[in-house]
Ligand binder design. Structure first.
Ligand SMILES: NC(=O)c1ccc[n+]([C@@H]2O[C@H](COP(=O)([O-])OP(=O)(O)OC[C@H]3O[C@@H](n4cnc5c(N)ncnc54)[C@H](OP(=O)(O)O)[C@@H]3O)[C@@H](O)[C@H]2O)c1
Length: 278
């Protein structure tokens, strides 16, 4: 039996950190006799994935890292993912099992809906929603008792946000879908959880603003956020919200009208964005 951990969006930020932390955890917990372990790294930037492979190989006892450079967005992205699973399954004579799937690849766009390139916003739905949903479905036959899915949602999942309208809606979907999937898979012993971070220090802001904002403002360290998420999953918690102020915001969002929340963020939380290059 070949047991695999799959991380989408592993080339930077939270995904890279999931890969390193899951590799270290696996290294300190050797597989049963007759089982091999691999950690699959998916994202578009091949050279970053290969660099990460090298870092994982340097961890004694870590699973074998493998890069699958791919654009996961939309129909073509999902076909690329299902193609990888099918060909790896047919070459793994002893059978393939997914131990952990981290659906992390995603991005946002800053600015009002009307001022933001439509193709980019639709691509965001194709990655954050379409691909994540399709990847969960494609993974189902390879999941069993003890398997885990971690879907990366956001603090933005809890209320509609002006200047972040489509992104917030995609992450509301991820949280809602993940909890429903968790309920449906609970009897089979497959655990599903959602990570809901507030600001984290990754490439997110640079991507969302087309370079107008270099860093996520007041971002937490990806290392701490991922460690917290994995500990919460170990404890059977289905939503990981690390910082006390993130928990308070998520809690208060139940009491503030949804329109009021969106209007407030539209008026008072400006998010810079440069024109799209190319
Ligand atoms: N940072 C925050 O403040 C924050 C807060 C809440 C939630 N999140 C969520 O956390 C997740 C990870 O983001 P991050 O903060 O770590 O940002 P990041 O550093 O920009 O990482 C995003 C990852 O997604 C990958 N990706 C983007 N488009 C892709 C595509 N079409 N196909 C395959 N992979 C793709 C990127 O790799 P390539 O560019 O190499 O393809 C990269 O590895 C996202 O779902 C994001 O929405 C972030």
């Amino acid at each position: 039996m070949k047991a695999v951990t799959i991380i989408t969006g592993a080339s930077s930020g939270l995904g890279r950190e999931f890969a390193l932390q899951l590799a270290r955890r696996a290294a300190s917990n050797p597989p049963p006799a007759g089982q091999t372990r691999e950690i699959w790294l998916l994202a578009r930037r091949k050279e970053l994935l290969e660099g990460l492979e090298g870092e994982i190989r340097a961890i004694p006892g870590a699973p074998e890292p493998r890069s699958f450079p791919s654009n996961l967005s939309g129909k073509e992205g999902l076909a690329a993912f299902t193609g990888i699973l099918a060909s790896e399954n047919s070459s793994a004579g002893e059978g393939l099992r997914i131990e952990t799937l981290v659906n992390n690849a995603g991005f946002g766009t800053y600015g009002p809906f009307a001022d933001t390139d439509l193709a980019r916003q639709l691509d965001m739905i194709d990655l954050n929603v379409y691909a994540l949903t399709g990847i969960c479905h494609a993974a189902l036959p390879f999941l069993g008792k003890g398997s885990r899915i971690i879907n990366v949602a956001s603090l933005a999942s809890f209320a509609p946000l002006g200047n972040f309208a489509v992104y917030g809606a995609t992450k509301a979907y991820v949280l809602s879908f993940s909890l429903a999937l968790a309920a449906e898979l609970a009897d089979s012993g497959v655990f599903v959880s959602a990570l809901c971070p507030g600001p984290v220090d990754t490439e997110f802001a640079a991507v969302a603003s087309n370079g107008a904002r270099k860093k996520v403002v007041d971002g937490k360290s990806p290392r701490a956020v991922v460690a917290h998420c994995l500990r919460q999953a170990d404890r059977g918690r289905r939503i990981a919200l690390m910082a006390p102020k993130w928990k308070i915001k998520a809690f208060l969002s139940r009491f503030v009208g949804r329109y009021a929340f969106a209007r407030h963020t539209y008026l008072h939380e400006k998010r810079p964005s440069a024109p799209l290059q190319g």
